[in-house]
Every structure is written in structure tokens, then in C-alpha cells.
Design a protein around this ligand. Structure first.
Ligand SMILES: NC(=O)c1ccc[n+]([C@@H]2O[C@H](COP(=O)([O-])OP(=O)(O)OC[C@H]3O[C@@H](n4cnc5c(N)ncnc54)[C@H](O)[C@@H]3O)[C@@H](O)[C@H]2O)c1
Length: 330
């Protein structure tokens, strides 16, 4: 299979590309290496994390239809795995326009070209944030998601709706994956685990929103990859699928585990809830379980892997242990 991975230099994209290449697929990556967070981390994912892997890389923007068309014409792709996006809830309160441009228009460009170039399956990243003001304790795909509370969530819901149109009108097979709080090595600097680890190591306080009264279905990156591969391998006409950790984990326990593996206490700045954020997000992943998927990594294990990676990558803390862990997990 020849698969286009948009956002392939990103956190999830780089892990997924590696898994696809290792199982023998032919991977074409698009990324614009923007500075939403340190682009060096994106470049290192390509040059270090994907070292030794064979793939084709195009540097460019999914907002650029002509650029995309050149790739579709040349590469004769079978499937599209669309991960490129402006991610993060909080930034969407500051700059809503870029979410519309990249997440909505960029996706529309890819849907159009997928029909024009007869792509077999179009799989894309949605998000648990679409559940917004849902009153349900556990989020399931059949719940109403008409009440998003950030432009990020609204742009993800827009993707799902556009994908339905393209499936219905043009017969394009589309699957939207609602990822729940993904974490792990090579993770994003704007996400809690990364920020907490960095600040604790640098003796800086960490901002803990809603006074710590939050919980999440934290999902380890390897579980996200196995779940995504399951979806890539199906031929659904149109499907929305949750991919989330099996347990509802409290934010305070998450912080305790970071402290445990850093061997250092956090200075906590207890703050009120941030606009746009949700208190609880718990995944009902039974739909994906029917495809023989179950999350395997506990947050205890996952946080340990992340911290060992972080120490090794940034050359901080107890190096020997970090290096041993890196070698063991390759
Ligand atoms: N990480 C999570 O917890 C999480 C949760 C839910 C959904 N998602 C979704 O999963 C996808 C991947 O997320 P991630 O955590 O790997 O984020 P990421 O920011 O690490 O990866 C996204 C990649 O897309 C690229 N990109 C952004 N705009 C682009 C553009 N206009 N043209 C080309 N490339 C562009 C970025 O440079 C980046 O490398 C996103 O769609 C995100 O919304 C992530």
C-alpha cells in the first residue's frame, strides 16, 4: 500500500509512519514544519526517530491545493492518513482563523483530491474535544456532539461532517478517529506531560487547571498507533471511532507519577478552569474493541517511557537509566 501521511513529522504522524514502514507499507509524508512548537523537534523526529526508515518527504502546506495536487498526481497513492492540523484547544481561543484555514480548508483540499485521484480510503484525526458540553459520563460515538466549546473542537467536528458529505456524494471511504489525550516519547511540548516534566526539572511551578479536579482517558502513543492501523486496514464507507485509554485517570495521579519518575516534587500553581477545556473525558472504545483492539499501556508504564525519552533527548537528569530504557524500547 502507498499511504500519504499528512503531518508525518508530528508526534502521532512520526510514530504512525514508523509503524507503517516497518510493516512494509510505502509512506509519503507531507509536513510544513511550522513553529506552533519547536520545529527542531519535528526535524529530529524525521532525522533521528525515523532514521533508517525509507519514505518520501514533501515539505509544504496542506492549504496549498496546487502543491497537494502535484503530489497526488506523481505518487499514485492508495490511502490517505490525514493528521496535519493546528492542534490544541487553548491556542484556538487566541487565533481561531488558522484553525479554519488549516483544519477545515486543508481537509477540504485533501478530500477533493482524494476523490479526483480515486483514493481507496481517507482516514483522518478527529478529537475527543468534539464531545464539548456532553453531559454523558463516558463518551460514545453515537452521542450528540453539536455543542463544541472551542474553535479547535468545532474544526474537528467540521472535518467529520465534510467527510460524511464526501462519503455520501462521492463514495469516498472515510474514517474519523477521535483520539483521547495522547502521550508518549517524542510528544508535543504544548501538552501537559511535556510541560510538567520540563518545569519540574527546571524548578519552575506547573499550572494545574480546575485546581486539579480533571480526569482523562490518557492514551499511550503505541496504543494510538495500533488502533489507527486497525482503522487504516478496514474499508468502512463512513465511520467515526473513539481511540482512548481504558481507564479514567485523575490529573493529580498523573502528576504524582511524573514526580515519581523524576524523583522530584512539583510546585503546583492551582488555577481555575480554562475556557474551552473540558473537566472529564472518558472514552467508550467498544467500537474499536470489536476490531480486536485494546489499550495495553498503563499510565505508570507510559509516563516512565516518556520521562526516560525526555531525559535522553534533552540530556538532562539520570542519563544512564534513560539510555537503557531507550535501547530497551527500540
Ligand atoms: N496529541 C493528542 O493528544 C491529540 C488528541 C486528539 C486529536 N489529535 C489530532 O491528531 C493529529 C496529530 O496530532 P499531534 O499530537 O501529532 O500534533 P502535531 O502538532 O505534533 O502534529 C501535526 C503535524 O502537522 C503539521 N502541520 C500543521 N499544519 C500544517 C499545514 N498547514 N500543512 C502541513 N503540515 C502541517 C505540523 O507541522 C505537525 O508536524 C492532529 O490532527 C490532532 O488534532 C491529537
Amino acid at each position: 500500500m502507498k499511504i500519504l501521511v499528512t503531518g508525518g513529522a508530528g508526534f502521532i504522524g512520526s510514530h504512525l509512519s514508523k509503524a507503517l514502514i516497518e510493516r512494509g507499507d510505502n509512506v509519503v509524508i507531507i509536513d510544513n514544519f511550522n513553529d506552533f512548537y519547536d520545529p527542531k523537534l519535528k526535524r529530529d523526529r524525521i532525522s533521528k526517530f525515523l532514521k533508517g526508515c525509507k519514505f518520501t518527504l514533501y515539505e509544504g502546506d496542506i492549504r496549498d491545493y496546487q502543491f497537494l495536487e502535484t503530489i497526488f498526481k506523481k505518487e499514485k497513492l492508495d490511502k490517505v492518513m490525514h493528521l496535519a492540523a493546528v492542534a490544541g484547544v487553548r491556542h484556538s481561543l487566541i487565533d481561531p482563523f488558522v484553525y479554519e484555514e488549516v483544519n477545515v480548508r486543508g481537509t477540504l483540499n485533501l478530500l477533493e483530491l482524494s476523490v479526483k485521484y480515486k483514493i481507496q480510503n481517507f482516514i483522518f484525526a478527529s478529537s475527543s474535544s468534539v464531545y464539548g458540553l456532553s453531559k454523558e459520563a463516558i463518551f460514545s460515538e453515537h452521542h450528540c456532539v453539536d455543542f463544541p466549546i472551542s474553535m479547535y473542537a468545532a474544526s474537528k467536528r467540521a472535518k467529520e461532517l465534510m467527510a460524511h458529505v464526501y462519503s455520501h456524494i462521492h463514495g469516498l471511504n472515510t474514517v474519523g478517529l477521535r483520539y483521547f489525550s495522547v502521550y508518549g516519547p517524542w510528544g508535543r511540548p504544548d501538552m501537559a506531560l511535556f510541560k510538567f516534566t520540563k518545569n519540574i526539572l527546571e524548578d519552575k511551578p506547573i499550572d494545574v487547571y480546575n485546581y486539579g479536579k480533571m480526569s482523562r482517558s490518557f492514551t499511550y502513543i503505541d496504543d494510538i498507533v495500533t488502533g489507527t492501523l486497525k482503522a487504516i486496514d478496514q474499508n468502512f464507507k463512513y465511520e467515526i471511532i473513539n481511540i482512548g485509554g481504558a481507564k479514567e485517570e485523575q490529573l493529580m495521579r498523573y502528576i504524582k507519577l511524573i514526580e515519581k519518575y523524576l524523583g522530584k516534587k512539583a510546585k503546583k500553581n492551582l488555577m481555575p478552569m480554562q475556557p474551552g477545556d473540558i473537566h472529564v473525558s472518558m472514552a467508550d472504545s467498544r467500537k474499536l474493541s470489536k476490531l480486536d483492539w485494546n489499550p495495553k499501556t498503563s499510565i505508570d508504564e507510559g509516563i516512565k517511557h516518556f520521562i526516560n525519552w525526555y531525559k535522553n533527548y534533552y540530556n538532562v537528569g539520570d542519563q544512564e537509566e534513560a539510555e537503557a530504557e531507550q535501547t530497551a524500547s527500540v
